[in-house]
Design a protein around this ligand. Sequence first.
Ligand code: KG4
Ligand code: ZN
Length: 411
Amino acid sequence: MKILAIETSCDDTCIAIVQASPRRGSKVPRFHVLSNIVSSQTKIHRKYGGIVPSLAKRAHQENLVPVLEKALGEAKVLSNHESRVMNQESQSRVKSIRKILEREPELLEQFIKITIQTPKPKIDLIAVTHGPGLEPALWAGINFARALSYWWGIPLLGVDHMEGHIAANFLPQQKASKISNSKFLISKPAFPAICLAVSGGHTQLILVKDILKYKLLGETVDDAAGEGFDKVARMLGLGFPGGPEIAKIAKDGNPKAFDFPRPMLHSKDYSFSFSGLKTAVLYAIYKLMGSDPVKTGVRPLIVTKKQKKDIAASFQQAAIDVLIAKTIKAAKEYKVKTIMLAGGVAANQELRKQLGEVVEKKLQYTIYKIPHTSLATDNAAMIAAAAYFHRDKATLTRWKTLKANGNLKIG
Ligand code: KG4
Ligand code: ZN
């Protein structure tokens, strides 16, 4: 079956088309990514140092139709008929489209101009992220998906964004040359599994008892791991998003130069906390600058390049130490057969490498799965993969009721 998926929970406008072919003896099918388009809004949000929801929504409205055209074109799922001829019936259906997209004015104009002329593609199911995320951004994708489902008569389904991140582990993985450990290549996960899901909005340890059977073991009590990377990057005057920037300069830094705290490392539960670590970094910067933030307020950053690299490496290592320790503890307690990484921070090479090394050393018989780096950060192929497992819930009338839920929670 072919799934068209839409993801607009944050600042990337993503549409993918994924083919799923059942595999004998496995609940996980063979996924073939036919197209996976990500239109980044980084340039828009960079100057604010974070994501502005209203700007994200507007950019999604502008980008969705061009991204769809690209995704359909690359996946070659359009039949070769000429454009549809408008008759009276389609005129009345356009009226319904206007109603569905009444809150998405930018999108409506483009939809009317282009999508209505596009022949129905060879797609079996439309999936869209319905939460968690920024509600105004989510709504742009949801209303677009509703309009497409209605117009083309293709069943629709809402997907949990975090379930999508987990499902990225079931999509095709990195080429052998890019990775050192052959365990990364085993494509069939065994259950139960533990997934460390680390993104800009979430830090969660999820027990995946089986396909679709999740239990949230613990999560952050304050900042998410990715948020920590973004905030520390801002303190160091680096760009947005901060994760890749920190990772880049940390390569030349000394991870032992600063003895930052490892919050909740020894707590008995599976909670995380990154706010104290962030504050420790801030105070280390002030100390280097020789000023007391309480007395002098924020001053322009005047630390050397070497100090910046050392701070980045030491911060990154402190975060990684906590993430790995809790993941291994949970893996042992629940005797899992697979450890998986998910979310934007899973693109971090040091985290991927170090967790792999610890799994190899301490849990030799455990499968270690990491998503392809390009599928760790937000994308729609992962939403299509998660949708496959929920395919029975897709209906032709779901467009009437599907809503955004910014606080949707897994497990
Ligand atoms: O999953 P994601 O793309 O979006 C959310 O659902 O939040 O995750 C984005 C987060 C950002 O905080 C970003 O800084 C972080 O993932 N990130 C990284 C790396 N690449 C992205 N953090 C550390 N190292 C990276 N290489
Ligand atoms: Zn995400």
